[in-house]
Design a protein around this ligand. Structure first.
Ligand SMILES: Cc1cc2nc3c(=O)[nH]c(=O)nc-3n(C[C@H](O)[C@H](O)[C@H](O)COP(=O)(O)O)c2cc1C
Ligand code: SF4
Ligand code: SF4
Length: 439
């Protein structure tokens, strides 16, 4: 069986699945049951200065799909609402009882050195394995100059990270906010401040929906609301991209990344790891389905790794990074064409409507002698956009088939149709793109 254990910037864990800093990790009662269920580690709910934060009622809202499945989750909670003393006591006891699990303590304090210098020895004394700096919370705390208010200013990220490195010997993980134009800037700043790793993403500014009778957004606190932080399945594509951006940035190459955002099963986790993550963190999926989801995650990941011949996590970690590149390095001569499996087609016509109205009018519709409709791809008109394959309700009924064009690989920087092809200087090229470039 594949070895799921990891060493993440010196933090050892029996598997890469950690619970993210949030309600699942806000007290010993939860964390003990999470460890019992098999989670490899936790990032304890963010600690701050006393007096503890005070929360409002209500706190959560959701973006639902048609069958009321939760697509995205939104919250306006603050950091821990329990005292520092209680949290530190519980962290100490849990770490003592579960020495093999990763215990990371999340922290958020004002942008002054003294409070950081004061709290770090207290956290170290708990026996915790590392700290995570919450520079990402986008609601409530930024109004007080913390959370995303720090994460959005790379100079602050560097400064506070450096204070932490000065006052603790524990590994420092910097948790980044996605509410920023270019996530590479704070990642580079974290590295410049001495960070041992980054984690991302924290939640995205959001309003999920409105109560149109009372003209107030959810979650409503009486007759008013505020923007919250969005997470859950809907944010996975944003998080994956941001992880990849940092993983393939030469300035942060090799910086360990803990991937967070919409992870709900082993496959999500494998994708984050392949795109650069060394560990993964989960919040919403555990809040919606309970701690036992980790069983499927561990089992599924190990089975998939066995099937692929990956003996350990490092064997496939970052394997998709070299294949993630800038648009200009994609092969202009690659061609794929849609194919409809007539045995699977239920003649619903969705692909026809999609391609006819909004793509390339590349699906033909005919009526057979028995009155049945038949849909066929017009190969010469198909540009291989994938829209019909995405629209089709029948799994694998439409497949995209790569074509043998006989043409050499050629990217946009080499393409004669590019008016700047010959004059434009090439930018830094990494990974697979470099191979294409020099081919
Ligand atoms: C109710 C709730 C409270 C959260 N509290 C914290 C927190 O105290 N500190 C923190 O760093 N992140 C906090 N987060 C963000 C999560 O740790 C995580 O970054 C985010 O939810 C994305 O992961 P997910 O899609 O698996 O939920 C919170 C999220 C939720 C839903
Ligand atoms: S891949 Fe795009 S262009 Fe081709 S048939 Fe489908 S929708 Fe039309
Ligand atoms: S969407 Fe799929 S099932 Fe429906 S007509 Fe097109 S190929 Fe057939």
């Amino acid at each position: 069986m594949a070895d799921l254990s990891i060493d993440f910037c010196g933090i050892k864990s029996p598997n890469p699945f950690w619970l993210a800093s949030a309600p699942p990790t806000d007290k010993a009662y939860n964390v003990v049951r999470a460890f019992d269920a098999g989670w490899g580690g936790v990032v304890w709910k963010t600690l701050g200065e006393d007096p503890p934060a005070v929360n409002v009622s209500s706190r959560y809202s959701a973006h639902y799909g048609k069958n009321r499945e939760v697509i995205g989750f939104n919250n306006i909670e603050l950091i821990t609402d329990r005292s520092l003393e209680i949290n530190l006591r519980e962290i100490t006891a849990v770490k003592q009882a579960w020495p093999d699990r990763a215990m990371i303590v999340s922290l958020m304090l004002p942008c002054e050195e003294a409070p950081w210098a004061a709290i770090l020895p207290l956290v170290e004394a708990t026996g915790a394995d590392g700290i995570e700096l919450n520079f990402g919370c986008p609601h409530g705390m930024p109004e007080r100059g913390m959370g995303a208010a720090v994460g959005q200013v790379p100079d602050y990220v560097r400064m506070v990270t450096a204070w932490c490195k000065k006052h603790t010997r524990l590994p420092v993980i910097v948790k980044l906010t996605p509410n920023i134009t270019d996530v590479r800037a704070p990642a580079r700043a974290a590295l410049a401040g001495g960070a041992d790793a980054v984690s991302l993403i924290n939640t995205i500014n959001s309003i999920t929906h409105l109560d149109l009778d009372n003209m107030v957004a959810f979650p409503a606190v009486g007759n008013a609301s505020t923007h919250g932080g969005y997470c859950g399945a809907a944010v996975k594509p944003i998080a994956l991209n941001m992880v990849a951006e940092i993983a393939r940035d030469p300035a942060t190459a090799g910086l360990p990344i803990s991937g967070i955002g919409g992870i709900g099963n082993w496959r999500d986790a494998a994708e984050f790891i392949a795109l650069g993550a060394g560990s993964v963190q989960v919040c919403t999926a555990a809040m919606l389905h309970g701690f036992r989801i980790v069983e499927e995650m561990k089992d599924g990941l190990a089975r998939w790794m066995d099937g692929k011949g990956y003996a350990n996590i490092a064997a496939f970690s970052r394997k998709a990074v070299p294949n993630t590149t800038d648009w200009k390095y994609l092969d202009m001569n690659f061609q794929t064409i849609a194919h409809i499996d007539q045995d699977k087609c239920i003649a619903c016509g969705k692909c026809f409507v999609a391609c006819e109205d909004t793509s390339h009018q590349a699906i033909g519709r005919s009526v057979l002698e028995n009155g049945a409709r038949r849909y066929e791809v017009l190969r010469d008109a198909c540009v291989g956009c994938n829209l019909c394959e995405i629209t089709c309700p029948v799994d694998t009924c439409i497949t995209m088939v790569p074509q043998e064009t006989g043409k050499p690989t050629m990217n946009w920087t080499q393409d004669p149709r590019n008016p700047h092809a010959e004059t434009r200087p090439l930018l830094t090229v990494v990974g697979a793109a470099a191979a294409v470039e020099t081919a």
